[in-house]
Design a binder for this molecule. Structure first.
Ligand SMILES: O=C(CO)[C@H](O)[C@H](O)COP(=O)(O)O
Length: 233
């Protein structure tokens, strides 16, 4: 679905504002990564500064931590706050049925998944381009691997059907490294019919830290599009 860049930006800001309205004072909130999550953090920052909203944020990336801190938002680690009331994060693909996700084009999938599973409720924020019938529609599955022996890990991934593209930094030909200093192998499996099985099969491979399939774990989806905001539960 092709769309004007400025229109997409407006959608992200709209959905960010609605997601931020779900946070109430006293909550412990997971703060996702990526450009849509950044809109949520900005909207929360505005509420923090203008309304005196007070909550504790648990960031899923260094970039998100810096953005939240720029508004004065109080942050904690999972060590300090192991149980979250709510986690709000973006996604690269969301299925219409069951709200299964592919995440990790922004490279924060391991921390995002850890934070998600520490939260009682998970709300996903997207624009309508991200909605698909089946995962693998237009996005590979990002797989976070430890750099030691990554070539062997890649061979195992190929054996289960992955066509691999090594994630590089945009500005150079160096390997992209996550906040945890791991590499990302973007794995194209075509259309994914059994996401739960694939999520498990990938994570059984030695050297794999985590993959970007989030299966049966989304509680609500906020979708910004030409009809306004849809709130699916
Ligand atoms: O999973 C993510 C980062 O690891 C992001 O949430 C996902 O890539 C969506 O990003 P954006 O909102 O910029 O499209």
């Amino acid at each position: 679905m092709s769309m004007d860049v400025s229109q997409i930006e407006i959608y992200k800001q709209q959905v960010g504002k609605v997601a931020a309205s779900l946070v109430t004072s006293g909550m412990i909130v997971g703060l996702g990564s990526g450009s849509t999550s950044a809109c949520v953090v900005r909207a929360l920052g505005k509420r923090w500064q203008e309304e005196g909203l007070r909550f504790i944020g648990v960031p899923t990336s260094v970039e998100t931590a810096h953005l939240a801190q720029s508004f004065g938002i109080e942050l904690a680690t999972l060590g300090q706050c192991p149980e979250l009331d709510l986690d709000i994060d973006g996604a690269d693909e969301v299925t219409h049925q069951h709200y299964h996700l592919i995440k990790g084009l922004g490279g924060a999938l391991l921390r995002e998944k850890i934070v998600r599973y520490a939260a009682k409720k998970f709300v996903v924020v997207v624009d309508e381009r991200k909605m698909v019938d089946q995962l693998g529609d237009h996005t590979p599955v990002p797989v976070e691997v430890t750099p030691f022996g990554w070539e062997a890990t890649a061979k195992h991934l190929e054996k289960i059907g992955a066509k691999i593209s090594i994630r590089l930094k945009k500005e150079s030909k160096e390997f992209f490294l996550t906040d945890g200093a791991n590499m990302i192998l973007d794995c194209n499996f075509g259309l994914i019919t059994e996401p739960a099985q694939l999520e498990k099969a990938i994570n059984e491979i030695v050297g794999v830290m985590e993959n970007g399939l989030f299966v049966h774990c989304t509680d609500e989806v906020l979708i910004a599009g030409h009809d306004g905001i849809q709130h699916l539960k």
